[in-house]
Design a protein around this ligand. Structure first.
Ligand code: DOR
Ligand code: ZN
Length: 344
């Protein structure tokens, strides 16, 4: 048994830089043609000049024979120049701008503390048709971490979309039924990416029987009812949902730590995991929409010409437990069950 789909794209990916990037990039280029590259480096990718230089470093690291196009983003700060953003989009350097509420996640200290301060940039983006990728969590200390996505929708996203209905928004790594419902109510200018790991784990996987640092990511996995809603959305074929793995490598000592970093590294086995999930949901015929069709349609890009074939295997497919990066080991996401779909 096998299925052939248009080659997938990853609409949310962390590649980092330097030795780490060189080590993790082949894990993505093996199966994916393009990826939206997150700009949360230290220091972040904030200007057109930064994005061009980072893009070149990625291109220099693409393995021989691989065809891969990094789709660059800029990190929105309160000092971002609207003119630079519009020029970067017009000349093809960037495909989107990323909103990190300050303090929401890894390397988000330069993010936005007050949406009013970035209104001129967002207005220019709405006029120019530049998509805004949102890390959709509020950071207020009094908001429970499991509620931060729902409160972001209510306090930040809904008012923003009322104010700028022409702004094209991507609610990234949706983790709640609230997020799915909000996207599902919307006809225009809103889509959501869903990660591989949020289709597989709920918060029990992180906490029951001992803390599992490799399942800790942000937004944190929620209750089972939310995972079920995400599965329904991802496997629905609905064009508003597409894959953004949020594959986010951290070396083991920084994950297995008294204050461990957030991020699941799923690049290596994402397509096997997704085929498993879609088969469980009787939706293998809709895998292609999620991984290869809906994303390009929303971003206004062509679908990839090349294809990828997944084949079902009797014996489980094995993947490396860890990737060596030169900076240390990065643990590959363990779905917690045997995988029987292999990329041919
Ligand atoms: O789990 C996460 N890891 N969530 C993010 O938003 C950032 C990412 C990272 O950069 O490590
Ligand atoms: Zn991310």
């Amino acid at each position: 048994m096998h299925i052939t789909i248009k080659r997938p794209d990853d609409w949310h990916l962390h590649l980092r830089d330097g030795a780490m990037m060189k080590a993790v990039l082949p894990e993505t280029t093996r199966d994916f043609a393009r990826a939206i590259i997150m700009p949360n480096l230290v220091p972040p990718v904030v200007t057109q000049t930064d994005a061009k230089a980072y893009r070149q470093r990625i291109m220099d690291a693409v393995p021989d024979g691989a065809a891969f196009e990094p789709l660059m983003t800029l990190y929105l700060t309160e000092a971002t120049d609207p003119g630079d953003v519009v020029a970067a989009h017009q000349n093809g350097t960037i495909k989107a701008v990323k909103l990190y509420p300050a303090g929401a996640t890894t390397n988000s200290a330069s993010g936005v503390t007050n949406m009013d301060r970035v209104m001129p940039v967002l207005e220019a983006m709405a006029d120019a048709g530049i998509p805004l990728c949102c890390h959709g969590e509020v950071t207020d200390a009094e908001i429970d971490i499991f509620d931060r996505e729902a409160v972001f929708i209510e306090r930040v996203l809904a008012p923003l979309r009322t104010r700028l209905p022409d702004l094209k928004v991507i609610m990234e790594h949706v983790t709640t039924k609230d997020g799915v419902d909000y996207i599902g109510e919307t006809e225009k200018n809103l889509a959501g990416t869903i990660t591989t790991h949020h289709l597989i784990i709920n918060r029990n996987h992180i906490l029951v029987g001992g803390i599992k640092p490799h399942y800790y990511c942000l937004p944190v996995a929620k209750r089972e009812l939310h995972r079920i809603a995400l599965r329904k959305a991802a496997t629905s074929g609905d064009g508003r949902y597409f894959l953004g793995t949020d594959s986010a490598p951290h070396i083991d000592p920084l994950k297995e730590n008294a204050c461990g970093c957030a991020g699941c590294f799923t690049a290596t086995n994402t397509m096997s995991c997704l085929a498993h999930v879609f088969e469980q949901e009787n939706a293998l015929d809709r895998l292609e929409a999620f991984t290869s069709l809906n994303g390009p349609a929303y971003y206004g890009l062509p679908v990839n010409q090349s294809t990828l074939t997944l084949e079902k295997t009797d014996t489980p497919v094995t993947y490396p437990v860890k990737i060596e990066t030169g900076e240390g080991h990065v643990t590959v996401f363990d779905p917690g069950f045997d995988l029987h779909w292999r990329v041919a």
